[in-house]
Design a protein around this ligand. Structure first.
Ligand code: ADP
Length: 345
């Protein structure tokens, strides 16, 4: 549903912009009409003067006109002059009405077109803020209710208190991750692009995530061929970290996560393949959207996350002018492929 305040705001802006466009069009049209009117008047007057001078010439040559005929010519000329002036004025008025109507319609369409990207950006911002507050509200509500229950329980033992604090700490960490993710998404960091070894970075990240994989008996299989790429080291670490973390998070016990790096067609490639839950074809196009989480991860599996990881990875990939894509088969697994410029020698 569209935000009502936003709707009013943009409607007022459309109208204001339309009014400005119409005002400019009408000023130009009226100046043009005035110019046409003056020009036409001038032409009429000079043709009349020509006619008079021809009559004067005839009189000088001795041709005399009866008074009645001369008077008739004078009245007729004036009548024709006034009629053509009337015609001209009504045509100019009609023309300006036409310009006003067509100009207003075109201006409104143009105003909408001009404002569309701004409106979309503001809407996205509002959606983002709403989603972020929603994500914050859930852990806060969980913490609040746990603390309240703990405070009401007179027989709360020391171990219960420790449990409560541990659970609260988890929520705090959860919120900390969210804050960090939000900051990464909204801040535009300057990347330090230089030749780096993608395979070495991935090896480092795989090592870092090993304990997480071990806890689920997941093997991280490395097939790392040398790939020197043109990129920012920290951004690559972040992307590899997100992809590997997800592969482990969304895989079951005793599965294999294969991570590959290689060069292809003048590019460096990172491939992360898992045998996890997979992603439905209908959900696949949305996984890179901010706060998007597939139904299964939200409801069935209760995997921790905010739906920000892949949007951060995508943002960084865009900044690196790299491609990040996913293919997946539900209940079989997913493959995430990141392709980045290969370093020139
Ligand atoms: P998060 O993992 O915090 O939910 P992400 O942005 O990293 O957020 O991922 C968005 C969604 O994409 C996840 O919630 C999950 O549904 C889906 N997803 C990402 N990676 C995988 C994967 N390797 N296997 C299955 N689903 C995945």
């Amino acid at each position: 549903m569209k935000n009502l305040r936003l709707f009013d705001l943009f409607d007022a802006a459309y109208l204001r912009l339309t009014a400005w466009y119409v005002a400019i069009i009408m000023i130009i049209s009226m100046l043009f009409s005035f110019w046409v009117y003056t020009l036409a008047q001038h032409e009429l007057r000079s043709s009349l003067e020509d006619q008079n001078s021809e009559l004067a010439e005839l009189q000088r040559e001795g041709v005399t006109l009866p008074d009645l005929v001369a008077e008739y010519i004078r009245i007729d000329t004036e009548k024709r002059l006034s009629e053509s002036r009337q015609r001209l004025i009504s045509q100019i008025v009609l023309f300006n009405i036409g310009v006003l109507v067509a100009g207003a319609a075109a201006s409104y369409a143009l105003a909408r077109r001009t404002m569309r990207p701004i409106e979309e950006a503001v809407e996205a911002q509002e959606r983002f803020t709403a989603d972020a507050s929603h994500e914050l509200r859930t852990p806060l509500a969980a913490m609040k209710s746990e603390i309240e229950v703990g405070l009401r329980d007179k027989s709360l033992s020391k171990s219960d208190t420790v449990e409560l604090l541990k659970s609260n700490l988890e929520e705090v960490e959860h919120m900390g991750n969210l804050a960090e993710g939000l900051l990464t998404l909204t801040q535009d960091t300057v990347l330090d692009i230089k030749p780096v070894d993608l395979d070495e970075i991935v090896a480092k990240i795989a090592k870092r995530l090993k304990p997480l994989a071990d806890a689920k008996n997941i093997e991280i299989k490395r097939e790392l061929k040398p790939a020197k790429v043109q990129a920012d080291e920290a951004a690559l670490e972040k992307i590899a970290g997100i992809l590997l973390d997800n592969a482990v998070k969304y895989s079951g016990q005793k599965t294999v996560v294969t991570v590959k790096t290689y060069q292809k067609d003048g590019r460096g490639v990172l491939e992360v393949q898992d045998q996890g839950v997979g992603i439905k074809a209908t959900e696949l196009p949305h996984i890179f959207d901010r706060f998007y989480r597939a139904d299964t991860s939200r409801t069935k599996q209760h995997v921790n996350g905010h739906g920000l990881g892949l949007s951060i990875a995508k943002k960084l990939a865009d900044q690196l002018d790299a491609k990040l894509e996913a293919t997946s088969t539900p209940n079989k697994g997913s493959v995430f492929t990141f392709v980045v410029r290969y370093a020139e020698r």
